[in-house]
Design a protein around this ligand. Structure first.
Ligand code: B12
Ligand code: SF4
Ligand code: SF4
Length: 231
């Protein structure tokens, strides 16, 4: 007997509400095929649907800041907070869960988010969305053994293919971004050489994107992420 509620539009909305109350958001969903490299929930229990969970930093940070993980001086507080909250939600809904920070090898979270729709890959490497711009973090994937009965509500494709000027590319003071991609060592060398560089409060290239400006990271959230990136 299936003890879980039907995975219909009402259930998806309920999961979305629970995520929003905890500071997260439902970015999209898809039915995996073998090329997607989505794991089984456990041996013999295949994943039939994936719900991609993300966050917008400013909403998440308000809630995360009051959590025990934010105050315990242990490593990776945001990842531990995310694991606790999303694992509880997954268990209560009879879902599996995997995280982007598990690895290496890492789960291909950007590939999964592109499969869910509404995003495009930006020249910076991050995925961009018409409403959220380059500001959505990817936080987890909920795995359902039951197929979803509601059809996908993915919106229009992400903005990058039709963004002709690509202001993100020219905004990098280190010249680390070009049509050829993101030169990570060059970006890091610039940041490490200049502790006063404005990028330490958030990547200037991301801030140059005209999409999703209301969701741009605050200096507090930006410096939290940049500290963990610069190491
Ligand atoms: C390793 C890693 C890095 C490494 C190396 C990236 C690389 N060259 O592969 C480093 C440390 C450089 C890095 C940096 C950043 N990262 Co990073 N990173 C990851 C991680 C943990 C694994 C990537 C991976 O190997 N996946 C496995 C492959 C098989 O999966 P995939 O989906 O097909 O992966 C694709 C991406 O890796 C992409 N890619 C290639 N080069 C780059 C470069 C960048 C900057 C990004 C974002 C992606 C990217 O190409 C892969 C093949 O299609 C992912 C989380 C995850 N699980 O995916 C985050 C992730 C890709 N990173 C992310 C972000 C935001 C960043 C930063 C921008 C944030 C920051 N401040 O720390 C920085 C860049 C610095 C800046 N200028 O601001 C986000 C992207 C969110 C989005 N909207 O797309 C992710 C998803 C983490 C998250 N939890 O949200 N990252
Ligand atoms: S500036 Fe244009 S190309 Fe760059 S991330 Fe934003 S929409 Fe994409
Ligand atoms: S953090 Fe600064 S140096 Fe690095 S890619 Fe962004 S704008 Fe360029």
């Amino acid at each position: 007997m299936n003890s879980h509620p039907a995975r219909d539009a009402a259930w998806i909305a309920l999961v979305g509400d629970r995520l929003a109350r905890a500071g997260f958001c439902l970015l999209g969903r898809f039915e995996p095929v073998s090329d997607d490299a989505v794991p089984d929930i456990r041996p013999g229990r295949e994943t039939r649907a994936v719900l991609v969970v993300g966050s917008l930093s400013n909403a998440l940070f308000k809630i995360f800041a009051t959590s025990p993980e934010a105050a315990d001086d242990q490593p990776d507080p945001l990842d531990r907070f995310t694991r606790r909250i999303l694992s509880d939600l997954a268990a209560s809904e009879g879902l599996g869960i995997v995280f982007p920070f598990e690895g290496p090898p890492y789960h291909p979270f950007q590939r999964w988010t592109l499969r869910a729709g509404s995003f495009s890959r930006s020249p910076m490497g991050v995925l961009a969305h018409r409403a959220f711009g380059p500001w959505a973090g990817l936080r987890g994937a909920l795995l359902s053994a039951e197929p979803l009965t509601a059809s996908s509500d993915a919106g229009a494709d992400g903005p990058c293919p039709t963004c002709l000027e690509k202001p993100c590319l020219s905004a990098c003071p280190a010249g680390a971004l070009s049509q050829a991609g993101y030169d990570v060592p060059r970006c890091l060398a610039y940041l490490r050489a200049d502790p006063a560089a404005p990028c330490h409060d958030g990547c200037l290239a991301r801030h140059a994107c005209p999409f999703g400006r209301p969701h741009a990271q605050s200096a507090e959230a930006g410096s939290f992420h940049m500290r963990s990136f610069v190491g």
